[in-house]
Each structure stands twice: as structure tokens, then as C-alpha cells.
Design a protein around this ligand. Structure first.
Ligand SMILES: [Zn+2]
Length: 271
């Protein structure tokens, strides 16, 4: 069964949709990149191979399963070196139970991406990807994961935020609120380089401005002056908190004051 749909959102960008997460096929004149690989249900390589006749490489924005689990269809992928430690490619049998619970109740073992056994190639902040007429620059915005990275489309003046910053910018790994403050100040140095934002969940296009709100939240966490609202759900048993008060009955957890950017975090990262 078809697991993916796609839409050409710019002359040089195709958005591929896998349930609640997106991947981007970005094409230059000479070559292309596939940004992220989704949840690993369905043969993504076969799908992407039909979308482009250009040679392409696979680049990963960060190490979370909903972005990397399809990578086993390829034998080579690029990832920020700081996310190598948290990159875990599991066997299909291990992945299936969680997928059945979360979004893929009819998933079968046969359609899952194989475990990634290929070569992981490190990239770092500042690296340039030249596709011919379309150039990308890596902007590391650590917090969500230690090596979480944004991709600046230089000519198009678009910053692909990915999961790094958003409504629930999460401090769920080892990064602290101070790390996030530092990252967001780094991001601010690119403010005059882009006009629009793409994210990889909850809608592709976003208006500029909420990164400032996330920075405010992160600074408040460090100072101990944030709302520190208990969130009654999470990924594990560990208690999660929101920096700015939000509506926990709303699936998007929108802020009560109408602003967008927020930080969800564990207390161990509140420093
Ligand atoms: Zn993520």
C-alpha cells in the first residue's frame, strides 16, 4: 500500500509526506539531496527514485527515529557528528511494535526499512552543499538533539528549521536550556539571510518570529523564572515541563498568551 504522498512546493523542492512528518527532496541543476527519511514504513527509496532523475544524497537533520528510520533503504547518509552517539538503527522486529501503536496500525514487517548498515558521514556547522544553482548551508541549532541542524537555502532565502525550534522545542536529550540559548543566538546571526521558514511537522511553511519567543523561554528557564508548567504526558515516565503556560487539552499545546514559540523540557536540562 502507498505510504507516501508528495507535493512540489517550489520549483526546486518536493515535500514528501509520511503520516505526521515530512521529508524534502531538494534539487539543483546538477544533483539533489533528500532531507530526512521518515518513520521507515514503506519503500521510500523506490518512491524518491521515481521523483528525480538526478543523483542524490541522503542528509539527516537529527537523530530522532521519525526522521531516520527510513535510512536503511540507502547505504550512505550524512548526519551531524554530534548526533552520531544518539543515532540508533534498530532491527525491523524491534521497531514494529511501536509503529503499530503510533500511527501505523496496519504496518507489516515486510514493508519496514532494513536496519541501516551503511556508512554514516559526518557534517558540521557551516558546511556548504552545492547542488548547482541551489546552495545550502548547515546551521547547527543544538537543543532538540546535540547536533540538531537547520539547512539554509541561500538563494531561496529559506531556513529549514526542522525540529530544532518550534511550538514545543524539546530539551529531551542531554542539551540544556543554556545550550539552547547559545544556539538561538547563533541562529539570530542569520536573521538577515532568510524570509521564510520550513518545518517538518504540523505544517510546512512558518512565519519568522517565533525563534525569538523560544529564546525568551530558554532564558527564563535558565533564570528559573519560566512558568514551569507540568505536562501530563511525555515519551517516558520522566516529568516534562513547559516554559510558557500552554493549553494541555489542545493537541498542539498552544500557548495561552497567543505567542507560538515554547520549550518543553526535563528538569535535569533546566540549567
Ligand atoms: Zn525530533
Amino acid at each position: 500500500m502507498g505510504r507516501f504522498t508528495h507535493e512540489r512546493v517550489l520549483d526546486n523542492v518536493i515535500q514528501i509526506i509520511d503520516n505526521e512528518v515530512y521529508m524534502l527532496l531538494i534539487e539543483g541543476n546538477d544533483r539533489a539531496i533528500l532531507l530526512d527519511t521518515g518513520n521507515g514504513v514503506g519503500n521510500l527509496k523506490e518512491y524518491v527514485d521515481k521523483l528525480t532523475d538526478k543523483p542524490y544524497e541522503v542528509w539527516l537533520t537529527h537523530s530522532h527515529p521519525d526522521h531516520i528510520d527510513g535510512v536503511g533503504w540507502w547505504n550512505k547518509a550524512y548526519l551531524n557528528a554530534k548526533d552520531f552517539e544518539s543515532f540508533i538503527s534498530k532491527e525491523k522486529e524491534e521497531r514494529l511494535p511501536k509503529l503499530l501503536e503510533r500511527g501505523y496500525p496496519d504496518a507489516t514487517i515486510e514493508e519496514l526499512a532494513p536496519k541501516f548498515e551503511g556508512e554514516l558521514i559526518p557534517y558540521k556547522d557551516g558546511d556548504i552543499i552545492d547542488l548547482g544553482g541551489t546552495t545550502l548551508q548547515i546551521v547547527e541549532v543544538a537543543g532538540h538533539t546535540p547536533g540538531c541542524s537547520m539547512f539554509l537555502m541561500i538563494e531561496d532565502r529559506i531556513m529549514i528549521y526542522g525540529d530544532a525550534v518550534g511550538r514545543k522545542s524539546g530539551l529531551w536529550s542531554t542539551s540544556t536550556a543554556s545550550d539552547l540559548v547559545k544556539s538561538l543566538k547563533h541562529l539570530q546571526t542569520f536573521d538577515d539571510k532568510y524570509d521564510r521558514i520550513m518545518r517538518l511537522h504540523h505544517g510546512l511553511w512558518w512565519q519568522k518570529g517565533f525563534a525569538k519567543e523560544v529564546l525568551e523561554c530558554a532564558e527564563n528557564i535558565v533564570a528559573g523564572t519560566d512558568a514551569r508548567q507540568k505536562i501530563p504526558f511525555g515519551f517516558t515516565d520522566e516529568q516534562m515541563y513547559a516554559a510558557a503556560e500552554c493549553d494541555i487539552n489542545d493537541p498542539e499545546c498552544n500557548r495561552l498568551d497567543g505567542k507560538i514559540g515554547n520549550v518543553f523540557y526535563y528538569l535535569r536540562n533546566a540549567k
